[in-house]
Design a protein around this ligand. Structure first.
Ligand code: SF4
Ligand code: SF4
Length: 57
């Protein structure tokens, strides 16, 4: 299941730095995951400081 970023995102950018396929970009007002490119590795979730900011879809 690919990941999606929710409105709880605080835009610290940690997830973007660790994504191995660079499918996370800085959107407005929150970061965005390209679900067609996401390989479901979970790295973004492991570094995200905010509970509920990244979910599986
Ligand atoms: S699950 Fe992996 S590939 Fe998908 S957005 Fe997160 S870090 Fe990137
Ligand atoms: S690590 Fe979490 S809070 Fe930070 S930009 Fe990514 S989704 Fe948002």
């Amino acid at each position: 299941m690919p990941r999606r970023i929710t409105e709880l995102c605080t835009c610290d950018g940690s997830c973007k730095d660790v994504c191995p396929v660079e499918c996370i970009s800085e959107g407005s007002p929150i970061y965005i995951i390209d679900e067609d490119i996401c390989i479901d590795c979970g790295a973004c979730e492991s570094v995200c400081p905010t509970d509920g900011a990244i979910i599986e879809v």
